[in-house]
Write a protein that binds this ligand. Structure first.
Ligand code: PEP
Ligand code: MG
Length: 597
């Protein structure tokens, strides 16, 4: 029996399952970086580039170890580290600072790191915001190599450990004995970090975002961790341990890719699942997981990688071409630059106006920064020579916006043709994120080729709830009947005007919501690629008829709680697969104040 009292801590569950073990604290080095004036700036620059090369070799090694160990495409997660290490703009920024300010490489690197980390952390979008951890992990590796230290060894772990860290570098998974790791708990990070993505892939129960964790735990403490609810119990009482250990071991289902046949519902209706991606390197995982195309490529990431926020036409063409070629013959929908509000470019200050979410965002902004927009349109059109490219516009409110974009596209076609460059016509779609656009769907349909519903934003504008404001997070209710009715109306209108309709908001990655969407008339869903195998199983196990019955009933209910209480058992019964859907039910439980969808 534990002598010490139980301490219950609350964080965010990012990988489901319950774990019990002994804490192993992984202290991040308390590195102090001094500013030192250097005489020989060329030697200092060489020292920096050597550290980059060493880091690249280490990451390559770790990547193949990770792939050997866990198979599949999990190693692609480290491609992000490689991409940062290989980024000339990043090198040049640091080399410039070494030469201009005559400072040591460590100082120049730390300055750049702080600048990027601050920019990423200020982003509203959870996925983008969490990318700051990749930058921290990569710079930590370079700093380690600059100082000649050896990488921290995780290869010799004791049995049954729960790793506790301020921030855990995903490359650590490559070098440790996974059989000994019961769980992971960290101070920082969230569901969308690569560490979280990998822990889900490796099925290591994990909780992130526990404030002051490192001050509260010591190596050797016993700990019970609940990856579904985000609870972490230090010094768990004996009866809690006994209760948990007596529960039958969770029968973790195999939800690997099944790509051979076209996905159909149980009664034979075809459904297509595409991937939402932010980085070109994700395309491999998207294909492995069975994506039939890229339904949303968030192009702003390409802009974020350039300190001045302006990738050239050639840079963009190279990225879009890579996607088009890799996905061929399936389509890639490139969403034009969606910045504004909290998603500001690294070269700009975040929008300080009173209602940034209602301000100069998405297409509104592109139409006011015409040079940048024309460059992007040219790159998108030219990439269409190499595969099936589509263009998708964010935050559309009026028909005039579409017409203005069309005029720029036509003008670009003419300009390219006059220089002897013939590019194909590219399907043009609008994202349905603003209620005004939804109400104008029939008119918009005459001007565009497809609709794609962006529920992450649509819910915020429909419910008048800022997607990032904790105080009103309880009102961000994807299951609210008004959201359901709105989505059903969208499906009906799109069918009436015979326009292709997709949905690329986060909700499509939730099995309960996916079944509901199917029943409401959506047959093209786009989601993070890791969710595709599970959603394939769910859709393949339900009949359209059952999904429609569930949707009809859900649409008669009047609160999100009523919908939740009806939907979760109804879908579980209708799909009857050997997968415990508990954590996905928790994700949409309106009582849990889910705000990140
Ligand atoms: C959305 O709003 O649903 C969407 C897919 O776009 P983002 O999350 O990038 O705003
Ligand atoms: Mg959006």
């Amino acid at each position: 029996m534990s002598e010490k009292p139980e301490i219950v801590l609350q964080g965010t569950g990012v990988s489901s399952g319950t774990a019990f073990g002994q804490v192993l604290k992984i202290d991040s080095r308390n590195r102090v970086i001094f500013k030192i004036e250097v005489e020989d700036v060329e030697a200092e620059s060489r020292r920096f580039m050597e550290a980059i090369e060493t880091s690249k070799h280490q990451v390559e090694n770790l990547k193949s170890k990770l792939e050997e160990k866990v198979g599949g495409d999990h190693g692609v997660i480290l491609d992000m580290h490689f991409l940062i290490l290989d980024d000339r703009v990043f090198h040049n920024e640091i080399l410039d600072s070494i030469r201009r300010s005559r400072v040591n490489a460590e100082w120049a690197l730390a300055q750049s790191r702080d600048h990027y980390v601050e920019a990423y952390k200020s982003l509203e979008d959870e996925y983008f915001r969490d990318r700051y951890s990749d930058i921290e992990h990569v710079t930590e590796r370079i700093l380690m190599n600059l100082s000649g230290e050896q990488p921290f060894s995780l290869s010799n772990l004791p049995d049954d450990v729960v790793l506790a860290a301020r921030d855990f570098n995903p490359s650590g998974f490559a070098v440790m004995d996974l059989g000994k790791v019961r769980g992971l708990v960290t101070e920082s990070g969230g569901r969308a970090t690569h560490t979280a993505i990998l822990s889900r892939g490796l099925r290591i129960p994990s909780v992130m975002g526990i404030k002051n964790l490192m001050a509260l735990v010591s190596s050797g403490d016993s700990v019970m961790l609940y990856g579904d609810t985000g609870q972490v119990v230090l010094n768990p009482a004996q009866n809690r341990i006994e209760n948990e250990l007596q529960k039958p071991a969770e029968n973790m289902p195999e939800i690997g890719p099944r790509r051979r046949a076209r996905l159909r519902t149980k009664d034979g209706v075809p459904v297509s699942l595409c991937a939402n991606i932010e980085f070109e390197y994700e395309i491999g995982a998207a294909k492995t997981n069975g994506a039939e195309g890229v339904g949303l490529y968030r192009s702003e990431l390409l802009y974020f990688r350039h300190p001045d926020g302006k990738p050239s036409m050639e840079d963009q063409l190279a990225a879009y071409r890579k996607l088009a070629e890799a996905m061929k013959p399936n389509p890639v929908s490139i969403r034009t630059l969606d910045v504004g509000a909290e998603k500001s470019l690294p070269s700009e200050k975040p929008d300080q106006c009173a209602n940034p979410n209602m301000g100069l965002r998405g297409i509104r902004r592109s139409l006011q920064a015409l040079d940048t927009f024309q460059t992007q349109i040219e790159a998108v059109l030219r990439a269409a020579c190499f595969g099936r490219i589509e263009m998708m516009l964010p935050m559309v409110t009026t028909i005039e916006e579409i017409r203005d974009v069309r005029a720029i596209i036509d003008e670009t076609h003419r300009r390219l043709a006059s220089s002897g460059i013939d590019v194909p016509r590219v399907p043009l779609g609008v994202m349905l994120e603003v209620p005004a656009a939804v109400l104008m769907m029939e008119s918009l349909a005459t001007e565009i080729d497809f609709f794609s519903v962006g529920t992450n934003d649509l819910i915020q504008y429909l419910m008048a709830v800022d997607r990032g404001n904790d105080q009103v997070a309880y009102l961000y209710q994807p299951l609210h009947p008004c959201v359901l009715r709105y989505l059903a109306q969208i499906a009906e209108t799109a069918a009436g005007v015979k326009k292709s309709l997709r949905i690329c908001g986060e909700i499509s990655a939730n099995p309960f919501y996916a079944a509901l969407l199917l029943g409401m008339g959506f047959s093209q869903l786009s989601m993070n690629s890791l969710s595709i195998p599970l959603i394939r199983r769910v859709i393949g196990a339900i009949s359209l008829n059952d999904a429609q019955k569930i949707a009809r009933k859900a649409l008669t209910l009047t609160t999100a709680k009523d919908v939740y209480e009806y939907l979760t058992p109804a879908v579980t019964r209708a799909v009857s697969i050997d997968v415990d859907l508990g954590s996905w039910a928790a994700e949409i439980n309106p009582g849990m104040n889910v705000s990140s969808m």
